[in-house]
Design a protein around this ligand. Structure first.
Ligand SMILES: [Zn+2]
Length: 282
């Protein structure tokens, strides 16, 4: 498994500039764009044959491009339908298995919807299922990080505290922090230097300094309303304070992988990497 050293910037899926929409070409394009990571997007289902996985692993190791993966959107660990819960567990596990086959480092998933349930009840349910799922994966030898993502919509389980608690209570689990989602969920919050810094202060306090050296993060511009996230947009079309984000990343010496989920994908990944590379600590 190729692990990140320092802070790497990458794309959610194959870059737009890739000559072909294949993961192998995607990894090569990431490298040629001067980026260092790519998230395999299994958002509409996990499909990864053994031969393709082998090829993806080989090219990523050769070029030093770290791989992460995103589980399908159709996941709800709090579905009232037991069959849907089991299907959700399987989708997360299949994402981890596929990422592992490709030499991936970390996977991210959207855990659940609150539905009509109390947040505490949803949290307990997600926690029990996640414990079981991580144990089964470890028994199979799948050792990628399993990361619940901070969610952008208020109907979705996954505020910062919930995700931090899961990470504290379950070995092998760490948060995927999506800065655009936190901003949208709080209707414009987490947008000043101090607000963004408070995320890392919390992570360091609750999960230890190691967490800051092992971050899996998403960013993009975002439009939002009363219920949170409306849609992802490019950084420069949004009010997201990415200059502040870059300063915080420098000051906290954050390491790991930062994935761009903007519509221009590599455009904002390159923009943020350039800004980060030229920034100095305060
Ligand atoms: Zn996501």
């Amino acid at each position: 498994m190729l692990k990140p050293r320092g802070l790497l910037f990458g794309t959610a899926g194959v870059p737009l500039a890739s000559p072909k929409p294949s993961s192998v070409e995607g990894v090569k394009t990431v490298k040629s764009l001067g980026l260092d990571a790519m998230e395999l997007e299994f958002v509409r289902g996990v499909r990864m044959g053994d031969k393709l996985a082998e090829d993806v692993k080989k090219v990523s190791e050769e070029l030093g491009v770290v791989l992460t993966a995103h589980a399908p959107y159709y996941v709800n660990l709090n579905s009232p339908d037991e069959a849907k819960v089991e299907a959700s567990v399987k989708r997360i596990m299949d994402t981890a298995r596929a990422a592992h086959k490709c030499g991936g480092w970390s996977i991210v998933f959207h855990p659940a919807y609150y539905g009509d349930d109390e947040p505490e009840a949803v949290h307990s349910k997600v926690k029990e299922l996640l414990k079981r799922l991580v144990k089964e994966l470890r028994d199979e030898g799948v050792d990628v990080w399993i990361r619940p993502e901070t969610a952008g919509g208020l109907a979705e389980y996954g505020n910062l505290h919930e995700v931090v608690e899961l990470s504290r209570d379950i070995e092998g689990v760490l948060p995927c922090v999506d800065f655009a989602h936190l901003h949208a969920r709080t209707n414009g919050g987490y947008n000043t230097y101090d607000e963004i810094a408070s995320i890392f202060t919390l992570l360091e306090r609750e999960l230890g300094e190691e967490c800051l050296k092992n971050m899996h993060m998403h960013f993009s511009g975002i439009e939002y309303g009363e219920r949170g996230e409306v849609k992802h947009v490019n950084l420069e079309e949004s009010d997201y304070n990415y200059e502040a984000l870059v300063k915080v990343l420098k000051d906290f010496k954050v390491e790991g992988v930062m994935i761009s989920e903007s519509p221009n994908i590599e455009g904002d990944a390159i923009l943020l990497k350039k800004l980060y590379t030229s920034a100095t600590t305060t």
